[in-house]
Structures are given as C-alpha cells and as structure tokens.
Design a binder for this molecule. Sequence first.
Ligand SMILES: *Cc1c(COP(=O)(O)O)cnc(C)c1O
Length: 405
Amino acid sequence: MTAPAAGTSGAGDDSLLGVYRPQGPIFERGEGSWLVAEDGRRYLDFTSGIAVTALGHGAPELIEAAREALERGLFHTSNLYRTRPAAELARELTRHTGLDRAFFCNSGGEGVEAALKFARRRVGADSDGSRGRGFVALRGSFHGRLFGSLAVTDRPAYREPFEPLMPGAEFVDPDDSDALDRALDPERVAALIVEPVQGEGGVRPLSSEFLQRARALTRERGILLICDEVQCGLGRTGSFVAHSVAGIRPDLLVLAKPLAGGLPMGATLMTEDVARAIQPGDHGTTFGGGPFVAAVALAAVRRLADPGFLTGVQARGERLETMLHELADRHPSKIREVRGRGLIRGVELDGPAAPVVERALERNLLLVGAGPDVIRFLPPLTVSDSELEQAVSILDDCLTAGDDS
Ligand SMILES: *Cc1c(COP(=O)(O)O)cnc(C)c1O
C-alpha cells in the first residue's frame, strides 16, 4: 500500500462528491455503542449516525429481522402490489401515535415533503380556492434539504445558493405565542410545522405551553399542525413521540431517522381527516415501504415502543442530564447552558463547538455539533450508565485540554 496523496483521506473516496468532510478513521464494524476502525481502534459513538442507530450497532433483533426478510428473497415489489411488513408497520405506528394512516418513504426530507403536500391537499379539498397554501415554521428549524423542506428550514447558508425555493414560508420565534397568533392567518397559511425538540438548531425543546397554544390556534383556524419528529421521535426523548408530553395530537407527524434502525426509511402519519383528502395518484414513491426495510423497521419499532425500554431511556437521560450539569459546574466559563430531554442533549459552549468535537475524536469519542457553538449528545438509546460516564469524562478532558491550546 502506498501512502495516500496529500489532501486525500486514504479511504479511496476521492470520487465521492465533497458535500461532506468526513473525519477520523475508516470504520469497519459496529458493536452496540461502539464503532471499530480498520486498525482495531474503538470509538464510543455518541452520534448514532445522527440519531439513527437508536438500538446500537449490530442489534441482534434487527439482524434477525433482516436475515429473515433476506431469506424470503423479497427485496422489493413496488407499491403496485401488497406485502405484509408495511401494513403491519403502519398498524404498529398508528397504534402508538394515535394517528390513523401512514405513508412510507425513504428519508426525513421526503417525509416532510409528503406532509407539506398532504396539508395543501387537505386545506384545498373543502375550499373555494381562497384558503391559504403557505406554511409557518419556527426560527432555528431544520426540516430537510429538498425544495419544500428546505423552504421551511431556517438556515440561510443552506437556502440562499438554491433559491427560489417553494414560496409561501414564514418564520416565527419559538416560544413567542403572540407572533405565532399573528402569523397563523388561514387566508395565507395551510399548516404550521414544528420540531417538538429542535435538533440541528441547537437542541431546543419547545415548551409544552407553546405546543398547546400552537395546537389551539391551528385547530381554531382550520390550519394543520405538522410535528417533525424525524430526530426527536421514536423514543429519543424517553417517550415514543416527543409531542405527547404536551398532551396534544398533531394532524401530521413525520418520523424517520431511527425508524428502520439504520436502513433508510421515513413515515408521514396523519389523521383520518387528512387521509380522506388524499386520492390515489396524489403522491407516490417507488421504494417507500418496501418489504425488506419495513420488516426491519417493525422489529425496531416494537422495541422502541416498549414501555419498559422507554422507562430505561428516561432514567439514562436523567443520569446524563445530571452529569452534564455537574460538568457545567466544573467549567462555568466554558459552558453556557445544558438543554434537551431524554437522550438528546445539547451543551452550549462559550465558543465554537468544532475544536471540542475534534479533541473528542482524538480521544475516541464521537460527538456532533448542532449549530456553531452547541455540542450534541445522541447516544444509542441502549447506552449503558458506564458509557455515559466515559463520554462525559472524555468531554471534561477535552474542555480542560482547550486551556493549553
Ligand atoms: C435530519 C432531519 C430531517 C431530514 O432528514 P433526511 O433523512 O436527512 O432527509 C428532517 N427533519 C429533522 C427534524 C431532522 O433532524
């Protein structure tokens, strides 16, 4: 083997488009909360592939479900025909969310895109054309990179190079109920879209009061409420869906990242009232809900919805919260705030997060930022107490090490 050329990674990935700048070693295996590199070094994975591998790497029940599905030889049929796993998965998801129908697709962005389309279809269904077709979203939001989902994403750097986006999106500050009240004009707006815990925007949980007010205002005005739980849903916060702490039910709910335990899958769930407005041919997908991914998702969802499992997530989430507050007490000049719920936690620093993430990687801990100055913790939901302790202790070292550089 010759040494890699300067400026290349040695991963042989020079032919990959450079939309990412991947860091660190080349990974070849996964074991629970750990990723193992080609040279045998082990890394504690507190990103879970961005909230995806919620049951850890190599979860036996997922491997078993995948093996069974593979052995049936049924990778794909398209939605022209019926298969069992998608139907069972839809039943399981509707049962655990209180919604009535599910549409399956292949990613979070696609799920958001479907929700925006279904919302427009619903408000258009019983009006004379005077009903608003726009969307209200929140400051700090992230909903995806497609033209519709990007239009409701509050990230100028992601948006501007690609304008014009879908027109008709407006933004209000989270937790500003008065601004929300003014923005929710049914002559302009079809739906409000929110993340109950903003992920990419810096791990910011919305207050229950704000979510309840959003639900009351939208219901009163015939505007639909979309909860984007692509990152915070499916057990991440310690409840199956994050909005349930506010005691509300949205009209549309988008799930994705951990849905199929690491395989690509998204879901848009909706009430019967929305579903009734959707006709055959209104929307579609070649791959969505295929029997292989759906079989694996079924195994993942059964585990993620288990009440005993969720109680464990809550307990470990509280443990992590306590440890991060203790860390903040030890580094009062460096840590501004600790936020989050369950096993999605953000540590806001008094400075850029990237150098700390880099120092953590050197110490075999994988972390990811959320905005310029927030470090995000997204461990597998199966993480152990001792792994939580190891991660916080490594971060403690990284913050101390920053003093000498
Ligand atoms: C990641 C994310 C998306 C986009 O999901 P993709 O699978 O990357 O398209 C949408 N909404 C939220 C809240 C996310 O965190």
